[in-house]
Design a protein around this ligand. Structure first.
Ligand code: TXA
Ligand code: MG
Length: 336
């Protein structure tokens, strides 16, 4: 673990992998303009090559080098939310290698808000950036494909071990779930949310004057353009079951009677949850819950439990982003 930016920049320029903190989750960084470096990201994650990576930029001033035909809405959103947890999908500039876009003609870009990420990106730009002077760091979440996203530096080591040359340690991530992704690449189409996150559709609408499309779940028959939209994403290895608050005590008693070792991810105060083999209680507030969600799941996944019981989330739009992650975790449970 390190905070050595000079070494991080040197490694990136040499085509090596550097994991770095962002405000959402840790990213697995590589020079986005270098196809061989990008290939190492896919290999380290075990991720299929047609899943595009997000490119992290030092600032919106770099957008022109990565995207073309940038609509006004993109500039407005960048102005309002960057640095921050919002990824824009735009038409790809010619200079962007297809390796980083998964072969697509669009590119995902964002400026992260974590101070260490920004310092890294700025130091990288200062040092001349990567190939062809392009200053983008490709950074998917620094976990093995389909697994729980890392929200601190220790998780990255657990996931990727020596496959990553350097892990920059910026402490625990403040947002805790991945950025909101909004697709602005389709001419004349209403912007579309591809992945919900901390930046809500309402906040986006307030900036661009149109409510973005927010398809509930994955569009039928759609190719998984966003790997996070594969149902088995963000999954613990332990089987996972979501239980309503009101049923928690009864269900846990039944499981105990069956001799099951259960880890509970609780949200409200519950004696039954606290007397389970493992219990992690997260705050009953969507933002604070999101901050601790992946770390809680990871802890229970490693606790030698037969089953993880998650107390059902609160209802309403504020819970939508974390509900999306929980739904996927529940789908993929037990698949490893
Ligand atoms: O918060 C985040 O976005 C984190 C941090 C590290 O920045 N990154 C992240 O990356 O979640 P990843 O690769 O795990 O998920 C990003 C998603 C991928 O599922 C990818 O398919 C999607 O963004 N994406 C990237 N480029 C895209 C494109 N051109 N079109 C559609 N989706 C794209
Ligand atoms: Mg991911």
């Amino acid at each position: 673990m390190s905070r050595d930016l000079t070494e991080a920049v040197r490694l990136l320029q040499a085509g090596e992998l550097v994991a770095f903190p962002t405000e959402t989750v840790y990213g697995l960084g590589a020079d986005a303009a270098n196809p061989e470096a990008v290939a190492k990201v896919f290999a380290a994650k075990g991720r299929p090559a047609d899943h595009p990576l997000i490119v992290h930029l030092p600032g919106a001033g770099h957008l022109d080098r990565w995207a073309r035909d940038i609509p006004q809405a993109a500039w407005d959103l960048a102005e309002a939310f960057w640095p921050g947890p919002l990824t824009l999908i735009l038409k790809r500039a010619d200079a962007v290698p297809l390796a980083v876009t998964g072969g697509q003609d669009t590119v995902g870009v964002r400026v992260p808000a974590h101070p260490l990420a920004l310092d890294l990106l700025r130091a990288y730009a200062q040092a001349g950036g990567g190939r062809d002077g392009m200053c983008g760091i490709a950074g998917p979440s620094a976990n093995r494909f389909g697994r729980i996203s890392p929200t601190d530096a220790e998780h990255v080591r657990e996931e990727l071990g020596t496959a990553v040359a350097l892990v920059l340690d910026g402490g625990p991530c403040q947002v805790g779930i991945e950025s909101t992704i909004v697709d602005l690449s389709r001419d004349d189409a209403v912007p579309r949310i591809l992945r919900p996150g901390h930046i809500t559709p309402e906040r986006i609408a307030a900036v661009i004057g149109v409510t973005p499309d927010f398809p509930a779940g994955r569009p039928a028959g759609a190719v998984p353009r966003v790997s996070g939209s594969l149902d088995a994403h963000y999954a613990p290895r332990t089987a996972l079951r979501v239980v309503a608050s009101a049923d928690l005590a009864v269900v846990l008693a039944e499981l105990a009677a069956q001799g099951k070792r259960v880890g509970v991810l609780a949200r409200t105060e519950s004696g039954a949850a606290e007397s389970a083999a493992g219990c992690c209680r997260l705050p009953d507030d969507p933002e604070a819950y999101a901050r601790g969600f992946y770390a809680g799941l990871r802890e229970l996944d490693q606790g030698g439990n037969d089953l993880i019981v998650v107390e059902a989330l609160g209802v309403g739009p504020d819970w939508a982003a974390v509900a999306d992650r929980l739904r996927r975790a529940a789908c993929g449970a037990g698949e490893g």
